[in-house]
Design a protein around this ligand. Structure first.
Ligand SMILES: NC(=O)c1ccc[n+]([C@@H]2O[C@H](COP(=O)([O-])OP(=O)(O)OC[C@H]3O[C@@H](n4cnc5c(N)ncnc54)[C@H](OP(=O)(O)O)[C@@H]3O)[C@@H](O)[C@H]2O)c1
Length: 321
């Protein structure tokens, strides 16, 4: 495949970092737009990456930076907003999609990969799912001649993910963990498989105009997933789901804690199972990795001991008893 010039929005995040590194390995030229170049300088170790500070919400700036690119990838997504009215979600997802399709059309960009999420639906129960659904519709209706592909992953896991790592930290601190929406179901998909699907779609015209759901091989509830994270770390913990009324209360309190570990909008999103009706990975010839094949490599007890000893050698952790 010829070398493409690709602009990635959200290329500094968990999925983005992996995707950018893969695109560079495939011989493409990659421009990453970020709100804070200094914070993400580590991306510059990748040969040929161009990392630019940019306000992607400014349609003029976006138009200039996308003009003439072969492909645009939009990975920007938020799980929480400032406030509770949905304005932040609509801006980050729907309004950005509108600016992006406009910039692709006017700047002659022929190809657009849009990251969505399973459950995205304009009539969904949360601002997150509704705004992701709006963004999907805008991409489908407003792209003109631009060849788009929409990706809808379930929960994405990997060494740098926030969910398993956050629960791993909580489990190390607390012997008992009550979970809101513990019965919510996912088919966790490895970040490597998500990236593989996006990379393959660049060379596959069959994915033009397609919406691809992306799921891993197993279906688990949130409670089962967190219990699994405890087992992998060699921890005996009590993990259980709480009734919805208690879960709602937990979210209502936690959304005022700095960093919003759980918000009411997250709680509402978790009311919809994140499962595939038709797994796009199979269609692309990708055999998805299981949790068991990956998670012990970054959360297993040996792994944790290795990380701690590395930190100690660097002087980054207390070495006393
Ligand atoms: N991780 C999952 O389990 C999962 C599941 C389903 C769908 N998805 C979707 O996959 C995409 C990537 O997810 P991820 O886990 O990689 O997310 P992430 O690590 O949080 O990265 C998101 C990126 O978006 C940029 N960003 C965030 N808020 C922004 C804003 N208000 N304006 C402009 N840029 C903003 C950030 O870039 P800068 O800070 O550099 O500006 C960041 O690099 C998202 O669209 C997400 O909704 C993820």
């Amino acid at each position: 495949m010829r070398s493409l010039s690709i602009c990635v929005l959200g290329g500094t995040g968990f999925v983005g970092t992996q995707l950018v590194s893969r695109l560079i390995r495939d011989g493409h030229r990659v421009r990453v737009l970020t709100r804070n170049r200094d914070r993400h300088r580590r991306l510059l170790v990748l040969p040929g990456v161009e990392l630019l500070d940019a306000d992607v919400h400014d349609a003029v700036v976006l138009g200039e930076l996308l003009r003439g690119r072969d492909v645009v990838v939009n990975l920007i997504g938020i799980l929480n907003e400032r406030g509770r009215r949905g304005t932040g979600f609509r801006r980050a997802h729907a309004e950005l999609a509108r600016k992006l399709t406009g910039a692709c059309r006017s700047g002659g960009v022929p190809r657009l990969l849009q990251m969505s999420a399973l459950g995205a639906d304009e009539a969904g129960p949360s601002h997150y799912l509704r705004s992701k659904g709006q963004a999907e519709r805008i991409v489908r209706e407003d792209s003109g001649g631009v060849a788009w592909t929409i990706f809808r992953p379930s929960l994405v896991f990997g060494a740098e993910d926030s969910l398993t790592n956050r629960f791993a930290s909580l489990l190390r601190l607390f012997p008992v963990l009550p979970l809101a929406r513990g019965g919510a179901r996912f088919a966790p998909v490895h970040v490597g498989d998500v990236v593989e699907a996006m990379a393959r779609s660049l060379a596959d015209p069959g994915t033009h105009g397609a919406t691809l759901e992306l799921c891993g091989p197993e279906v688990v509830t949130l409670t089962e997933l967190v219990r699994y994270v405890a087992r992998v770390q060699g921890l005996r913990r009590s993990v259980f789901g709480v009734p919805d009324a208690a879960g709602w209360l937990q979210a209502a309190v936690l959304e005022f804690v700095p960093g919003k570990p759980l918000s009411l909008d997250n709680f509402r999103s978790l009311g919809v199972d994140s499962l595939c009706a038709d797994n796009g990975l199979a269609r692309l010839g990708i055999r998805p990795a299981s949790l068991a094949a990956i998670v012990p490599c970054f959360l297993g007890p040996g792994q944790r001991a290795a990380q701690l000893s590395l930190l100690r050698r660097r002087g980054g952790a207390h070495s006393g008893p």
